[in-house]
Design a protein around this ligand. Structure first.
Ligand SMILES: C[S@@+](CC[C@H](N)C(=O)[O-])C[C@H]1O[C@@H](n2cnc3c(N)ncnc32)[C@H](O)[C@@H]1O
Ligand code: SF4
Length: 451
């Protein structure tokens, strides 16, 4: 019998050819009482032998992996084998460029940003992600066991003309759904939809809890508009309460996140932000230090302001256990790394690896594919028949390797839009939590030594 030798990259070839079939792998190799290693050798057809390296890797996997843990195991294993065996855990869609607000710190829509090139393209203002193409990606995502869909992007997602249909299309396919909004168009109709559909997470970016500070950060806002915003929060909270009463459940989705970008105009409100968030029924509060651009440096905290925020956080940490709102992140990492220029950095140092290519994917408004939130277009939809083909492509594979190994000799890659895969933006990466999730998995499965 002719023997075929397989290596890390072809670890599952004897079972599934080249197709991506996570369901089949789960069926074969997940179990509560047999280890992955035992199952692998049990199912391996006789005509295959393993390279020494792969044999060592398989033999190191002496844990039983249950079917609910197996998808994440496949992502971790993918990062070690430089291949993909399952889709990303989450896909983000950038569904619109347009916005109904003018946050001063926003790269796209700030009234004081002189330079966003896209602002100069009039059609861009009315650009929305095509619904049919979004549904096609969702179908592929379902097939590849993606778990969560994020609707965010460069503008305000809730003003997409088919936003209601998008929410339904995501939920009907069984994905977790999270979206980010400024809350202005969260009218009773939208609040009813997101509660009735049990949307999973809604992050509301507010960045100020008094009209004075809100107005500084959003110059176009009127007192009436500001009051309407808080009325929207009140309605959403009451709708969730009603859902609990009607369905006799303990809790109603969505999990509501009160997000504040902290600047020199609102830093004095950090305590009030938590208390008001609690009053309006938010489940958690996120503080995020402003990410400065050249034109917005004056919004960064100076030393004195940063010290005051740290002091206020100290107080919040002592009262937090008694609050009904959870304080998820005191932006300690950001504020501890704050430089006099207003930049905060330190995340992506010279020993770090980037693993987000295995658990996160970003579909740009243009329908092309970005590697992450850093606007790095690494694949063009016109070159592929569908999203699945891109996810499993050699092009994506090369980029993943670059992110993983850039600090270990890999050459940087420049995206189709001229943005390099790894650049200074990585130092204050928006996806640190996704990267940390992968680091933990690789560590927990004892895979770090195979990197
Ligand atoms: C660009 S917005 C798009 C979604 C929606 N319009 C919103 O405001 O939530 C996505 C997130 O980025 C945050 N953001 C925008 N510019 C920022 C900056 N310069 N620094 C930190 N966060 C920023 C917003 O507050 C929001 O939470
Ligand atoms: S609401 Fe979001 S997209 Fe609109 S200006 Fe503010 S941060 Fe930018």
């Amino acid at each position: 019998m002719k023997q075929e030798k397989i290596n890390r990259n072809s670890i599952f070839t004897p079972f599934i050819d080249k197709e991506i079939k996570p369901q089949k792998l789960i069926e074969l190799f997940s179990s509560d009482n047999e280890t992955f290693c035992d199952l692998y050798f049990k199912h391996l057809p006789n005509e295959y032998t393993l390279t020494k390296d792969l044999s060592k890797l398989i033999k190191s996997q002496s844990k039983c992996i249950s079917n609910c843990d197996f998808p994440d195991f496949l992502r971790a294993l993918g990062a070690i084998c430089l291949n993909v065996f399952i889709g990303p855990k989450r896909i983000l869609f950038d569904i619109t460029y347009s916005c109904n607000l003018d946050c001063l710190y926003c790269r796209r829509h700030s009234p004081i940003n002189p330079g966003d090139e896209e602002k100069l393209i009039p059609e861009r203002a009315h650009d929305f992600f095509p619904y049919d193409e979004l549904v096609q990606v969702l179908d592929d995502a379902q097939d590849m066991m993606v778990e969560e869909v994020l609707l965010v992007g460069g503008g305000e997602p809730s003003i997409h003309p088919q936003f209601f249909d998008i929410v339904k299309a995501v939920k009907v396919r069984g994905f977790l759904l999270s979206f980010s909004t400024n809350g202005l168009s969260m009218t009773s109709k939208l609040a009813d939809l997101i509660v009735n559909e049990q949307v999973d997470n809604v992050t509301v970016s507010v960045s100020g809890v008094s009209f004075e500070s809100y107005k500084k950060t959003h110059p176009s806002m009127s007192q009436k508009g500001f009051d309407r915003l808080f009325n929207n929060f009140e309605y959403l909270h009451s709708k969730r309460r009603k859902y609990i009463a009607e369905h006799k459940v303990e809790y109603s989705k969505p999990f509501c996140i009160f997000l504040h970008v902290i600047t020199s105009d609102n830093y004095h409100e950090v305590i009030d932000m938590a208390l008001i968030g609690q009053e309006y029924g938010f489940d958690t509060i996120w503080y995020k230090l402003v990410h400065p651009s050249e034109w917005s440096r004056h919004l960064c905290l100076n030393e004195e302001q940063a010290a005051q925020v740290k002091e206020d956080f100290k107080y919040l940490k002592t009262v937090a256990p008694k609050l009904k709102i959870k304080i998820d992140d005191y932006m300690d990492h950001e504020i501890d790394n704050l430089e006099p220029s207003g930049d905060w950095s330190g995340y992506f140092h010279d020993e770090k690896r980037c693993f987000v290519g295995w658990n996160f994917s970003y579909v740009d408004l243009s329908t092309d594919y970005s590697f992450c939130c850093g606007d790095r277009i690494i694949g063009q939809s016109k070159s592929y028949d569908n999203y699945k083909q891109f996810w499993t492509s050699d092009e994506y594979k090369k980029v993943r390797k670059c992110g993983r190994d850039i600090n270990y000799g890999e050459k940087n890659i420049v995206g189709y839009n001229g943005v390099s895969l790894i650049d200074d933006f990585c130092k204050s990466c928006d996806n640190t939590n996704f990267n940390e999730e992968m680091e933990d998995l690789i560590h927990d499965y004892g895979l770090s030594k195979f990197l």
